[in-house]
Design a protein around this ligand. Structure first.
Ligand code: FEO
Length: 403
């Protein structure tokens, strides 16, 4: 663990979390995740965002603070941009070590400090545009950024260094391994983080894309030299790269997905898979790229990322006990909850007795704003005629993305 200098009197303390536990209790993080805390020093000292209450994390922050001559007791202001416990889980223990510092958040954030952590004194609610003068020319400004990721979220802006402390926004999964800045990583590594930024966005932030757009618009007047999120790398060489990436994600939510297809499929005894192979043949004939995920084998976290970015989807799953194959029903429910809207979609699947999956599919996706091609289902093994129809459906889907 290392303390990184962002600029004169601004430090980052990134703590890598490597765990088999799931992020938010849902999302796998086999490559870890970083929890970034920041220290800004004027005459007064501000700490921005805390860490989760994992045994190793606060101790590492404490060691890092000591390396720059500080400690939790010297913090005058603890700024909490976002109250989700990955950034605040250690708050009660912080308060025990530092009973005098002021805890700063939006009014909604202060409510969470009270409800989650039962802390009722030494709190200051700040409004949009309010400033905090730390002395020695360090003035921090707070911008409300609701729903990026929770309703109480805000950004903190240090105009003297041009640093935006954005908490979840512009963050990613993936541990940093002792490095921090975008210029510390080669292009292959940046590509890895790009995938993990997309997965983080699709899993955590996608539902709130309209708020992300508003949040980015709010930043338009700032001369940002550095974007310092509380997960993942700090951007200073190419700030535009991460902002443009976020704007692209916003566009995905509006229907401007990449011209590619996410194929999500499940098959009990191979009949649906035979039909899917014909669909794939049709897609390949149109030279549209596609990704493949089998349910329940692949975790829905990765399925969400590919489904979110792709303009087209194929959902292939059989009828199971007169209804949808359960792992596909779960995937569709996650798409609904995560607002995977504005896609062009083909459903196919086999059935054995009287069907049922297609009917459930049509009801489940009714509110998803999808352009649904005619679903296609068949009994048992697909006939040659079925396969020809399925191949034509694959071509039709691919052609729809070219239109
Ligand atoms: Fe990193 Fe929404 O917490």
């Amino acid at each position: 663990m290392k303390t990184h200098i962002i600029s004169d009197a601004v430090w980052c303390i990134p703590i890598d979390v490597d765990t088999t536990e799931l992020f938010e209790g849902i999302w796998p993080i086999p490559e870890g995740v970083s929890l970034n805390t920041y220290l800004v020093q004027g005459e007064k000292t501000a700490l921005i965002d805390l860490v989760q209450d994992r045994p190793e994390a606060p101790r590492q922050v404490e060691t890092a603070l000591a390396s720059i001559g500080s400690d939790f007791g010297k913090v005058d202001y603890l700024i909490l941009n976002h109250l989700e416990p990955d950034h605040t889980g250690w708050l009660r223990e912080f308060r025990e070590k530092n009973p005098h510092g002021e805890i700063i958040a939006t009014a909604k954030g202060i409510q969470v400090v009270k409800s989650f952590y039962k802390i009722h004194t030494g709190l200051r609610a700040v409004k949009d545009g309010e400033t905090l003068d730390l002395g020695k020319g360090k003035v921090l400004t707070f911008f409300e950024a609701p729903n990026i990721h929770w309703p109480e979220t805000m950004f903190t802006w240090d105009s003297s260094s041009g640093t935006l402390f954005s908490c979840d926004a512009f963050g990613s999964f993936g541990a940093l391994g002792g490095r921090l800045f975008d210029d510390d990583f080669n292009e292959t590594e940046l590509k890895f983080f790009e995938k993990e930024t997309l997965r983080y966005y699709a899993n955590i932030v996608a539902s709130f894309s309209a708020f992300v757009e508003r949040g980015i618009q709010k930043l338009s007047g700032l001369n940002i030299a550095c974007i310092a999120p509380s997960h993942g790398m700090v951007w200073r060489r190419d700030v535009k790269r991460i902002i443009d990436r976020y704007l692209r994600y916003v566009s995905y939510s509006k229907g401007a997905g990449e011209r590619e297809i996410a194929v999500i499929w499940g098959s009990m005894y191979g009949n649906t898979k035979k039909g899917l192979d014909a669909v794939i043949k049709g897609i390949e004939s149109e030279k549209i790229p596609y990704s493949m995920h089998r349910v329940p084998n692949d975790n829905v976290s990765y399925i969400l990322a590919d489904a979110f970015k792709s303009a087209g989807l194929v959902l292939a799953a059989p009828t199971y006990e007169y209804a949808m194959f359960p792992p596909m029903a779960y995937a569709i429910d996650i798409f609904r909850r995560k607002h995977i809207h504005n896609k062009t979609v083909l459903y196919i699947g086999s059935w054995g007795w009287i069907g049922g999956a297609k009917k459930e599919y049509e009801a489940a996706v009714a509110g998803l704003k999808w352009n649904n091609l005619d679903p296609f289902d068949w009994i048992g093994t697909p006939t040659d005629q079925d396969l020809a129809s399925l191949e034509a459906r694959g071509r039709e889907l691919a052609q729809a993305l070219k239109a």
